[in-house]
Design a protein around this ligand. Structure first.
Ligand SMILES: O=C(O)C(=O)CO
Length: 267
């Protein structure tokens, strides 16, 4: 099983700490999360409860987002957010600590929305420094920072794979960091009008992670028109050997019907 269940967008009928066990009960061995706490530095109690929920469920945490601010309120990351730099920096050690204790090595750093009061150049300058610091922070545990083009956020500047790859190249050139990679979310790329086939052909072997949802609707595979199975198969042929993140919205009862059908067909 190469799927990892995104427990921040799926199984939301359940309290957050019950979702890893529900993913396991649905037949999955791996989960990923957006930042699960309200602040960059949660209390020890909060961190322990989160880690215990994952360990007790018997699943592997495969991915964790850095604190991205108030996501329901429209925030999409602190990386380029002038005024919240120290919060992002403080978050790095906490993320690396959770990663170390749970054996998680992939950390998604959402870039952040454009701010009217600063120029894109000023924000990009900060982002490069913050991404380099994040890469250095997770390097000690063999971790990789992921950078993700996102849709549906009007002020988020990374829309295509190329947008993210340019930032990644700049971070590498300016800091020497090598552990920063593209998170190819096929749903976001497709919605933003990127040429997903070409992105796969040109970059699949260097993807840091793949996530999927169908379009329209950001639902389960098969609810829309995207050829997700073909895109995954081609990425595999070209050398991508990581997890596939299930990052879609679907009620718990039907969330994994497609996977159950897939498993039945394979037997
Ligand atoms: O904000 C989103 O939609 C994401 O995919 C965050 O990882």
């Amino acid at each position: 099983m190469t799927y990892t269940v995104n427990c921040s967008i799926l199984l939301t009928e359940l309290p957050l700490l019950e979702r890893p066990a529900a993913a396991k009960a649905a037949g999955f061995d791996a989960v990923e999360f957006w930042w699960p706490f309200a602040t960059s530095v949660p209390t020890d109690k909060e961190t322990t409860e989160f880690e215990t929920a994952i360990k007790d469920a018997g699943v592997q945490l495969t991915g964790l987002n850095f604190n991205a601010g108030n996501m329901p309120g429209g925030d999409r990351g602190l990386v380029s957010w002038k005024g919240r730099c120290s919060e992002f920096k403080d978050n790095i050690d906490v993320v690396a600590g959770i990663g170390e204790r749970l054996g998680c090595k992939a950390f998604n750093a959402l870039y952040g929305n454009r701010q009217d009061e600063f120029s894109p150049e000023e924000q990009d300058e900060l982002a490069v420094k913050n991404l380099a610091a994040a890469a250095a922070g997770v390097a000690r545990i063999g971790g990789t920072v992921l950078l993700e083009p996102v849709s549906g956020a009007p002020k988020y500047p990374l829309l295509t794979a190329e947008d993210a790859l340019k930032v990644i190249a700049r971070v590498k050139a300016e800091s020497g960091a090598q552990n920063i990679k593209l998170l190819a979310d096929f749903y976001h790329l497709a919605v933003n009008g990127d040429d997903v086939e070409s992105v796969i052909e040109n970059h699949a072997k260097d993807f840091g992670h793949i996530q999927i949802a169908d379009n329209p609707g950001r639902g389960a595979p098969g609810t829309g028109t995207l050829p997700l199975g073909e895109w995954i198969a081609r990425s595999r042929e070209l050398g991508y050997d990581g997890y596939i993140g299930l990052e879609y919205k679907e009620p718990q009862e039907t969330a994994f019907s497609w996977a159950i059908r897939q498993r039945a067909n394979a037997n």
